[in-house]
Ligand binder design. Structure first.
Ligand code: NCD
Length: 312
């Protein structure tokens, strides 16, 4: 059986192209499974997974939990709002206490960049990064690129734009790694203040002109402005941001071709994307959500198969 080159999923940066292909192949199989009348497989019956969410999340948490249940794993959930972290416990102690209950895999979201790497060095468990600060969100990039591949077949030479708050977005960074690995061309579009300095060194181009970028691309991934991560004001006001960087039906209708529209959610309707566009047939936002479960099943299954616990 083919296996992943890693034993944790910390970021796309740590993966190889063969890992992406293996995850996509496995996800395609699981997508077929979850569309059957009986959506469950017994594979992970002897595996226990803890979902540790130290930051708010709706879709990623539900998606991981559903993926784990579809694989028949035992699942425990923990969110920091109700935890002893508020009583002064360190992250390593919290995680080690949970592992003492014989947990095999930890899915963790944390507001600090690097938290998943740190934990993987200090505790004995398989770690899946479900988003660490402004750093990486690998499962999101895998489901985004999986959804794009479903649309286009192959991403070699495809032009993919990422528009919005690149500076604070872990989705952007993970997508850049994944898209580049798969051979796509990537262009970023944002106000100058929301573009990280020297980002071109990642082999991407940048622009502050939305119409130019939309005319260039085959697909556009629209990102939310991450107000919760901003200490400063990065643009004058939301109305001006929408006027310059919002995706509207009118803008799409001026293009020569129909481009594919993605959004990782949560959507701020009327800010980075209008309802008209979000609900249009060009948007694959709900396909992304559906694929998210299959891709996360693939990630968990492939990492679990490296654990010396026989899978069913
Ligand atoms: C993203 C995240 O949390 O980084 N959302 C998600 O995982 N569904 C993007 C965002 O919050 O804007």
């Amino acid at each position: 059986m083919k296996t992943l080159s890693v034993s944790h999923l910390l970021g796309i940066k740590n993966l190889k192209l063969e890992d992406l292909h293996l995850i996509f192949e496995t996800a395609t199989h699981f997508k077929e499974v979850i569309n059957r009348p009986i959506k469950k497989v017994p594979s992970l019956r002897d595996i226990t997974i803890a979902n540790l969410f130290f930051e708010n999340s709706t879709r990623t948490k539900l998606s991981f939990e559903l993926a784990e249940k579809r694989l028949s794993a035992d699942v425990i959930n923990f969110s920091s709002a109700q935890s002893s972290i508020n009583k002064g416990e360190t992250l390593v102690d919290t995680v080690n206490n949970i592992l003492a209950m014989k947990v095999d895999i930890v899915v963790m979201r944390h507001p600090n960049s690097g938290a998943a790497h740190y934990i993987s060095k200090h505790v004995k468990s398989c770690i899946i990064n479900a988003g660490d600060g402004t750093h990486e969100h690998p499962s999101q990039a895998l489901l985004d690129t999986f959804s794009l591949q479903e649309k286009f077949g192959n991403l070699t030479g495809r032009r993919i734009a990422i528009v919005g708050d690149i500076l604070h977005s872990r989705v952007a960074l993970s997508n850049i790694y994944a898209l580049k690995m798969l051979g796509a061309e990537v262009r970023l579009c944002a106000p100058k203040s929301l573009l990280p300095k020297h980002i071109e060194s990642m082999g991407v181009s940048v622009s502050t002109d939305l119409m130019e970028v939309l005319n260039w691309c085959d697909a556009v991934n629209m990102l939310r402005v991450q107000n919760e991560r901003m200490e400063l004001s990065y643009f004058p006001n939301t109305r001006e941001y929408s006027q310059n960087f919002g995706l509207t039906g009118e803008r799409l209708s001026q293009l020569r071709k129909k481009i594919v529209v993605l959004h990782p959610g949560p959507i701020n309707r009327g800010v980075e994307i209008t309802s008209e566009v979000a609900d249009s047939e060009q948007a694959i936002i709900l396909d992304q959500v559906e694929n998210g479960v299959a891709v996360r099943m693939a990630i968990i299954y492939l990492l679990a198969s490296k654990l010396n616990i026989p899978l069913k």
